[in-house]
Design a protein. Structure first.
Length: 384
């Protein structure tokens, strides 16, 4: 099994009256609440944590893209990846990912990832995401065009990476008379690609068709199992069994010396993530037309409470987050491995909300030293 240290780079300094005064931490949450002086310290702290994960032996260090939000301070994850490329040595630099559906110029993504691939000596993994509903509103893009824009941007980027001669590109959403990127990526035919999924059957089939890594997002274990089975079923329809490494469980993880200490420290962090950072009206997350009718039916069939209505105990018990001592966390993830029918990558969110720098570093240290060795053989054994 492979392990990655994933970072959202959140802005944890929300006002005391946030719950009563604001309906969301994104799009409509006034940027007057952002303090640039605190932001300076946060960026440097967060980069330190990602660099330390490389030293601890994590297989990957991961960043992602979000806009107009206290949930994540990375409107440009490629900038963060560039900062990491020269200051890390071994870990994969995982951009999970670029929101190509909201890009007016997706060719720029192809160019920047190619640059990063060269600077990092071929250590870049390129994730592609559609973006969240509010990000389409924030970029004045009709969310009903999300899937078409994503698919066209994806096809353009792949061709730009792999074509060895200039070509033209004309599609309903993008038009380029000259495509001839310099530089080209060092990884051939292109960097590995990850696609996060949250229940869309189109995403499962898309990943299976292209043999990309399918990555879960916040959901209880029983729902993630449905997603993973959907991806495996789509692969079976194409005549193959996906490598376990192509199935990635993304989940918040908090490790401390004892179970009692872990829960005491993780409770405010996990509650912040699900009740404040992820606080967004449903119409801003999934606006009409953003998902197909078939995918919407599938999502509605997996009935679950809104994040804000889940207690801390439910979040832990249902598998939204994993908390405990090293032994407890290892056992829980091992149990989830069986419950999910196997997975080959664990993409852990270790820096959760208001957790302190010291807590994040210690949690990562314990995980690397005492959890990773226990779980490491799982993916290898299944892949053999």
């Amino acid at each position: 099994m492979k392990f990655s240290f994933f970072h959202l780079m959140p802005y944890p300094y929300l006002p005391d009256d946030f719950d009563e005064k604001y309906s969301s931490s994104s799009l409509t949450y006034p940027n007057a609440n952002f303090d640039p002086k605190l932001g300076i310290a946060l960026y440097h702290r967060y980069l330190d944590e990602l660099e330390y994960a490389d030293k601890l032996g994590f297989d990957g260090i991961a960043v992602n893209e979000h806009h107009q939000s206290a949930y994540g301070l990375m409107p440009s994850p490629n900038i963060m990846a560039a900062a990491l490329a020269r200051r890390t040595e071994n870990a994969r630099i995982m951009v999970l990912g670029n929101a190509i559906g909201i890009r007016g110029n997706p060719l720029r993504v192809a160019e920047e990832i190619a640059m990063l691939d060269l600077i990092s000596n071929g250590r870049v993994d390129s994730g592609f995401v559609r973006g969240i509903g509010w990000e389409y509103f924030g970029h004045s893009i009709n969310p009903t065009k999300s899937r078409a824009r994503f698919n066209e941007a994806h096809d353009l980027i792949i061709k730009a990476w792999t074509a060895e001669e200039m070509f033209s590109w004309v599609s309903p959403n993008y038009e380029y008379r000259y495509v001839n990127i310099w530089p080209r990526p060092v990884q051939q035919p292109h960097p590995p690609i990850y696609i996060p999924g949250a229940g869309s059957t189109e995403t499962m089939r898309f990943c299976a068709l292209h043999r990309y890594t399918f990555m879960s997002v916040y959901a209880p274990t029983r729902v993630v199992r449905i997603w993973f089975d959907g991806y495996r079923r789509a692969a079976a329809e194409l005549g193959y069994v996906p490598d376990p490494e192509k199935i990635a469980l993304s989940i918040p993880v908090y490790v401390a010396d004892t179970d009692a200490r872990a829960h005491a420290e993780a409770r405010p962090a996990v509650e912040f993530l699900f009740r404040k950072a992820l606080k967004t009206p449903m119409e801003m997350v999934n606006p009409p037309g953003y998902v197909s009718p078939g995918s919407l039916r599938g999502m509605l069939a997996t009935e679950r409470k809104p994040f804000g209505e889940l207690s801390y105990e439910e979040l832990v018990a249902d598998g939204y987050a994993v908390v405990g001592s090293p032994a407890t966390v290892a056992a829980r993830l091992r149990s989830m491995y069986d419950d999910l029918g196997g997975y080959g990558q664990l993409i852990g969110l270790f820096a959760i909300g208001p957790s302190t720098h010291e807590q994040v570093m210690h949690s990562a240290e314990l995980f690397a030293a005492e959890v990773m060795p226990v779980l490491r053989p799982l993916g290898v054994a299944d892949a053999a």
